[in-house]
Ligand binder design. Structure first.
Ligand code: PEP
Length: 251
């Protein structure tokens, strides 16, 4: 495989799977995909499944992530959990700023930036999600929206422990994926912006994932693009066979 950066295949299970289903899934997945060294695999179950899933995967190559955290360490924040509370639970990644969090729960670039910082402070890697809405793409605003999200979300952030996920909102859960060329165009723009914000070396190091209706039948052509370093998968990560085929992408 000729990829510059270690590909990351991440499953975002959103609000699906009760704990026993999550446990059985990772036991099965671990058997199916245990022998890979040229790619990294990640599952992000709901928070209630994290302790058991983490324990099951403690000696596995499959990594565990969570879908959201709050940025304070502790306090009167009913219903929230902090990254600090996850330490010791074998959690490697935290999704920050998913478009469902932005749209349904009112997150903005400022709060997302605080979350990214807090995740980094606790030794985990944020997966920072950005992407334009359909009406923004239609108005030709894709690149300015992406630039704004990057600049505001990464304000004050200094770390190499960072993953970016480009997830066009119009492609999430719609079955309508960006074409490999559309995705590559934005990924290459993101890399250029990262080199302006940080440095060329930094931009060459950071992995940029694509997310939005990734499926077994489009994974190979997406991963063939030079600036696509992995994928963040929602719906198709909920079934063993489709997720295993995505993990087993061929370039
Ligand atoms: C996601 O939830 O990040 C996502 C990309 O969902 P889907 O693959 O279902 O479009």
């Amino acid at each position: 495989m000729n990829k510059k950066r270690l590909p990351l295949i991440a499953g975002n299970w959103k609000m699906y799977k009760i704990p026993i289903e999550a446990e059985n899934f990772v036991i099965e997945l671990d058997k199916k995909v245990s022998s890979f060294t040229d790619r990294e695999v990640l599952v992000c179950p709901t928070i209630i499944s994290i302790p058991r899933v983490s324990e099951i995967l403690r000696d596995s190559q499959i990594r565990v992530g969570v879908q959201n955290v709050f940025y304070e360490k502790e306090g009167p924040y009913t219903g929230e959990i902090s990254p600090w509370m996850l330490t010791g639970l074998n959690v490697s990644y935290v999704i920050c700023g998913h478009s469902e969090r932005r749209q349904i729960f009112g997150e903005n670039n400022k709060t997302i930036s605080l979350k990214i910082q807090s995740v980094i402070n606790c030794g985990m890697t944020p997966i920072f999600c950005i992407g334009e809405k359909s009406e923004e793409r239609e108005k030709g605003l894709t690149f300015s929206i992406i630039e704004q999200q990057l600049i505001q979300g990464l304000s004050g952030i200094q770390t190499h422990k960072l993953v970016i996920a480009y997830e066009p909102v119009w492609a999430i859960g719609t079955g309508k994926n960006a074409t490999p060329q559309q995705a590559q165009e934005v990924h290459s723009f993101i890399r250029k912006k990262l080199s302006e914000i940080y440095s060329k070396d930094f931009s060459e190091y950071i992995r940029i994932l694509y997310g939005g209706s990734v499926k077994p039948d489009n994974i190979d052509s997406l991963m063939a693009q030079p600036d696509i370093d992995g994928v963040l998968v929602g719906g198709a990560s909920l079934k063993i066979d489709s997720f295993a085929r995505i993990i087993d992408f061929k370039v």
